[in-house]
Design a protein around this ligand. Structure first.
Ligand code: C5P
Length: 212
């Protein structure tokens, strides 16, 4: 079976909480996502521990600061071994450019728009998101975090599209409003999807039956 294009969101304070899932998911999915909660609680060493287990690591810090701070934090993220890192597109073109020009070459920088998947997107917001993605492209970012409703509109701008807001057909949406299924996100053009609660609630299904 091929490796599924999924990042498992480790939304918790301790890596140990995920030991069972990580063992079962090894070689079945592409990577894991470390967010602020885990990074702040466990410290940067969590990246090493995951890399030692052979995972691709997506560090979801959503950087948003002055250009010099964003640039230096991006350099540090590459040095501690992150493979992917998020940065707010609204940080300014200069900050994005400084980060993309000074990062470790194999670190992929992903731009985050102002639209989170916990909110529905109206037409006006959608237009704003597309402009943000164009700015991310002009600033040499490698890819974007893209809400499900915006994937089709964004495939002309970026090849690397990572989409959260993923739910299996019968799952609860919880706090997410802009959602789609794994199959539809990939069919629309997402390179990778991010799944947290849907994996924890349907582990065997995701490993054995989900066909992507
Ligand atoms: O459990 P669930 O699959 O909803 O988790 C989604 C993950 O993706 C969380 O870690 C959340 O922080 C992240 N995320 C998101 N929407 C964005 C960006 C990141 O849900 N726009």
């Amino acid at each position: 079976m091929s490796v599924k294009p999924i990042f498992f969101a480790l939304d918790g304070k301790s890596l140990n909480e995920f030991e069972f899932e990580l063992k079962k998911l090894k070689n079945k999915i592409y990577g894991v996502k470390v967010g602020l909660e885990m990074f702040v609680s466990e410290g940067p060493n969590v990246i090493n521990r995951l890399k030692d287990q052979g995972w691709k690591v997506f560090l979801d810090l959503k950087l948003h600061d002055i250009p010099n701070t964003v640039k230096e934090a991006t350099k540090s993220a590459g040095e501690i071994g992150a493979d992917y890192l998020t940065i707010h597109i609204s940080s300014s073109k200069e900050a994005l450019y400084e980060a993309s020009s000074n990062k470790k070459e194999d670190l992929k920088l992903l731009g985050v728009s102002s639209a989170l998947t916990s909110k529905a997107i109206d037409e006006e917001t959608s237009k704003k998101v597309q402009l943000e993605f164009e700015l991310a492209k002009e600033s040499n970012l490698d890819g974007i975090i893209c809400p499900p409703s915006e994937i089709i509109k964004s495939i002309n701008i970026f090849d690397l599209i990572v989409s959260p807001g993923i739910r299996l057909k019968d799952d609860l949406s919880n706090d997410q409003k802009n959602i789609t299924t794994p199959e539809k996100a990939i069919a629309d053009g997402a390179s990778y999807i991010v799944m947290g609660r849907s994996i924890r609630n349907n582990l065997d299904y995701v490993i054995n039956e989900l066909n992507l």
